[in-house]
Design a protein around this ligand. Structure first.
Ligand code: PLP
Length: 358
């Protein structure tokens, strides 16, 4: 069975060498006598794995010592609630920038806990956010750094005064440079650009959470408890964390996040160039906020869209259908997607527009 160019938005393509390393050590992790999946999370070999995983992430993202790194469960969606519970009191105002599907979900989950309001509400653009838009008494400002479904991305940080800034960078982390010092909290589900599903990483400034978190908040949903226990309040998703560690090492071997960002800019530009010189394809995202991770566009109708998906599949490219509620085509070109895959897609787009059908 041949591996195809996988444009899935998540769980998404992982670097082949990472999968090969995991495969090599799957049955017996060197020195441990068992698989990573079978070892106690309190064992020495596993302690080394999680410590090294965190240390590598700290290096590749330049995370300073006054920021904690914790591995959580429940995906990015659980972070929607966890962030609200740690940074806002029940009923307190919280500003949510809504720029697409996941930011709307984050807003809705936060609304269960606090008085969340939409500071902006857009679908295909990322408007500027200024301090005067923040209502008095607001606990924090939440943004979604890269909007996975519509394919938009924040280029300029919002101006948020002295309230905490929280960033969901699930689909951008490690693909574009993020300065965690700009935020009180950055979180990301792993399955877009860091590893397999089952773990979310949260990076937060120590001491930035509320000093008096509501007693009703479960231990597992407290950032400081997760920090104090080394993400081991209970059994962590051991294998998913191990896989993230392999990806972090791979990122470092590629020259780090800045090199990957350059490559992702190049990859996305190849596709945007085709879109911009085409009469058939229309970009979904506004030009000034186009994502370098998820490239979205439409064809004139469903018939063309389906014919395009079919032709791409015949050429070895899968998972290009747009998000359910957005439609069209979405090419997710995270770090795991080599430039050859992007070139193959660009060629298919050009050929399709010329009228070739396969
Ligand atoms: C995929 C995604 C999520 C949801 O992630 P889960 O791990 O499935 O909960 C949240 N935010 C963004 C930006 C995403 O891309």
């Amino acid at each position: 069975m041949e591996r195809l160019f996988n444009f899935s938005a998540g769980p998404a393509a992982l670097p082949l060498s990472v999968l090969e390393e995991a495969q090599r050590d799957l049955l017996c992790y060197p020195g441990a006598g068992c698989s990573v999946m079978e070892m106690s999370h309190r064992s020495r070999p596993y302690e080394e794995i999680i410590e090294e995983t965190e240390a590598t992430l700290r290096r590749i993202m330049n995370i300073p010592d006054d920021y904690a790194v914790v591995f959580c469960q429940g995906g990015a969606t659980m972070q929607f609630s966890m962030a609200a519970m740690n940074y806002a009191r029940q009923g307190q105002k919280a500003a949510h920038a809504v720029n697409g599907v996941f930011s709307k979900k984050a807003f809705e989950e936060a609304s269960r806990w606090c008085d969340a309001y939409k500071i902006v509400d857009t679908k295909t653009s990322v408007p500027e956010i200024t301090e005067d838009m923040i209502l008095p008494g607001t606990a924090y400002l939440h943004i979604t750094g890269n909007n996975t479904t519509s394919g938009t991305m924040y280029r300029n940080l919002p101006k948020h005064g002295d309230i905490p800034l929280i960033g969901d960078w699930t689909s951008g982390i490690l693909g574009t440079e993020i300065d965690v010092k700009d935020y009180s909290l950055v979180y990301a589900g792993a399955q877009k650009n860091m590893g397999p599903a089952g773990v979310a990483v949260a990076i937060f400034k120590r001491g930035s959470v509320l000093p008096d978190i509501d007693p009703i908040v479960p231990s597992l949903l407290r950032y400081e408890t997760m920090d104090k226990t080394g993400s081991m309040l209970n059994t962590p998703p051991t294998f998913a964390i191990y896989m993230c560690g392999l990806v972090y090492k791979w990122v470092e071997e590629q020259g780090g996040v800045s090199e990957l960002q350059k490559l992702n800019e190049k990859k996305s530009q190849i596709l945007y160039d085709v879109i911009d010189s085409s009469k058939l394809y229309k970009g979904i995202a506004d030009k000034d906020c186009r994502s370098i991770m998820n490239v979205t566009f439409t064809l004139p109708d469903e018939e063309n869209t389906n014919a395009f998906l079919e032709m791409a599949k015949k050429r070895g490219m899968i998972s290009l259908a747009g998000y359910r509620s957005v439609g069209g085509i979405r090419a997710s070109i995270y770090n795991g997607m080599p430039i050859e895959g992007v070139e193959c897609l660009a060629e298919c787009m050009v050929d399709f527009e010329k009228g070739y059908r396969e």
